[in-house]
Design a binder for this molecule. Structure first.
Ligand SMILES: Cc1cc2nc3c(=O)[nH]c(=O)nc-3n(C[C@H](O)[C@H](O)[C@H](O)COP(=O)(O)OP(=O)(O)OC[C@H]3O[C@@H](n4cnc5c(N)ncnc54)[C@H](O)[C@@H]3O)c2cc1C
Ligand code: FES
Ligand code: FES
Length: 476
């Protein structure tokens, strides 16, 4: 059991954290903004319906729902969210579902009727995920239900009644979302700084060189929840419009580094359908509500899911500082284990991916010990252009194979300018061991990683050559 509030510093803030909780306005002026939302709900607000299971974003017992200004409702993990992140937002907990006459919400009633309440400890989290699912007006097909529930663990493994409840919940009429109060300008809660323009962000970075950049906190939030050692100071980039914009033109897609996965996914998937099943396995909906691609790159983990894909798609980064914006190829960003080319005064502003050329295809793979909610053992992205039976261009990115995510240059050489044939992919498979000397760890041995990566390349041939057969084989 974690020691409660071991490192929470109580401070009087010049600015108050303001948000809407269960339709009621809330103001907080005496508490650390680094307190997790979960601790605040349970220990300071007395709302014990939201549970703590793992305290690291994995189990979903702490799920609450963000009610966005545009009416979207998104499930999120309150255990790894910092209170300062909630300023200006509207949040609903399980207590906020109760009807004015005291009767359960239709989502709760549907869970009870389907015998899906079970142990009771995980149930509030399931209910909140189900509430967000119902509010999204989604269909109750198995794939969607699975996706909506992937961030909620049931340790008694009684998922069947919960899935059954979801079929009843789909299409239930849901009340309009609460109105998020918003916040017009920049604000600081003690050492939690929230700029609302790029200029203010850069000025804060210069003024507070030791403050950590904080986007969705799905990595950094673990310092506050699991380790109980929250960062001393942060600059929260989630409300800087220059970092959240998403746009496309004829040639390329540009995604703000602080756009959440939930915001970026529709455009990414529209251009690269292979990303749909891949991104569905990046954390869970709760993680994708808050997490950002900029955070995934900033973390620079060798097993982050976005770098292999973005390397294959020839992504370029816009890195901005008071000196201006420089353009850097993603492959030059990762310098060593969790070491990047980001200068101390820089932020990742956005990433730009060229669109596919005619004849180009893109695929990706993620291998992990568990299908859902698991970090990759090996991840890969591939972009190939095949013209008249010849591989004219190829880019292959791998994660989990070295200290940094990297392109596989020998693999690429083995494929480039070769006839598109099983033999070319066999040579590529053989080249994997020249590109990488992976490590052994509990996720996978070095030999597993080498064998798996080689086999992914062999399978890639069939995915391109005989897509239908590849789909059938993968479904086995
Ligand atoms: C339960 C769980 C499951 C997860 N599953 C996956 C998974 O399947 N695959 C995967 O790849 N990851 C996974 N993650 C890790 C995490 O969700 C991702 O790395 C996510 O993209 C981090 O984004 P964030 O916005 O939350 O980053 P934050 O935690 O806010 O920040 C992460 C790092 O990036 C830096 N940073 C943030 N924004 C910028 C910026 N604009 N410029 C420069 N630096 C910046 C921060 O300073 C920090 O060092 C998981 C995490 C959890 C808790
Ligand atoms: S307590 Fe497990 S995800 Fe938050
Ligand atoms: S519902 Fe809680 S363990 Fe299954």
């Amino acid at each position: 059991m974690r020691e409660k509030n071991a490192t929470i510093t109580v401070i009087r803030m010049a600015d108050r954290i303001r948000f809407v909780l269960n339709d009621q306005p809330v103001e907080i002026d005496v508490l650390s903004p680094m307190t997790t939302l979960l601790d605040w709900l349970r220990d300071h607000r007395g709302l014990k319906g939201t549970k703590e299971g793992c305290a690291e974003g994995d189990c979903g017992a702490c799920t609450v729902v963000l009610e966005r200004a545009d009416g979207r409702r998104e499930a999120m993990n309150s255990c790894i969210a910092l209170l300062g992140q909630i300023d200006g937002q509207a949040v609903r907990t399980v207590e906020g579902l109760r009807r004015p006459d005291g009767t359960p919400h239709p989502v709760q009633a549907a869970m009870a009727e389907a015998d899906a309440t079970q142990c009771g400890f995980c149930t509030p989290g399931f209910v909140m995920s189900a509430y967000a699912f119902a509010a999204g007006g989604e269909k109750a097909d198995l794939e969607t239900v699975h996706d909506a529930l992937a961030g909620n663990l049931c340790r008694c493994t009684g998922y069947r009644p919960i899935v059954e409840a979801m079929t009843r919940i789909a299409g239930l009429p849901i009340d309009p979302a609460a109105v998020a109060p918003g916040r017009p300008g920049s604000v600081s809660f003690g050492t939690f700084h929230v700029p609302r323009s790029l200029g203010e962000l850069l000025a804060l970075r210069a003024r507070h060189p030791d403050a950590l950049l904080l986007a969705g906190a799905t990595d950094l939030g673990l310092l506050a929840s699991r380790s109980r050692k929250p960062p001393a100071a942060v600059i929260h980039v989630a409300h800087v419009p220059e970092l959240t914009a998403i746009r496309e033109d004829e040639k390329e897609i540009t995604i703000g580094a602080a756009a959440t996965y939930a915001q970026a996914m529709p455009l990414l998937i529209a251009h690269h359908p292979a990303l749909k099943p891949y991104l569905a396995r990046l954390g869970s909906r709760q993680i994708r509500t808050m997490g950002t691609i900029g955070g995934n790159l900033g973390t620079a983990s060798p097993i982050g899911d976005m770098p292999p894909v973005l390397l294959a798609l020839e992504t370029r980064l816009a890195l901005t500082s008071p000196r201006g914006t420089r353009d850097l190829a993603l492959e030059d960003f990762f310098l060593g284990y969790r070491k990047t080319a980001l200068a101390p005064d820089e932020v990742i502003q956005s990433l730009t991916l060229p669109k596919l050329w005619p004849g180009e295809v893109f695929f990706c793979d993620k291998l992990s010990k568990r299908r859902d909610q698991d970090i990759s053992t090996v991840a890969a992205g591939y972009r190939l252009r095949v013209t008249k039976g010849k591989i004219e261009d190829v880019r292959v990115g791998f994660g989990g194979m070295a200290a940094t995510p990297r392109r596989a240059s020998h693999v690429e050489q083995a494929l480039k300018d070769q006839p598109f044939s099983p033999a070319a992919f066999e040579s590529a498979a053989a080249a994997v061991a020249r590109d990488f000397q992976p490590i052994d760890d509990w996720r996978g041995s070095a030999s597993y990683r080498l064998t798996a990566a080689a086999n992914l390349l062999r399978r890639l041939y069939w995915r391109i050559a005989e897509p239908q057969r590849a789909v059938e084989v993968e479904a086995l």
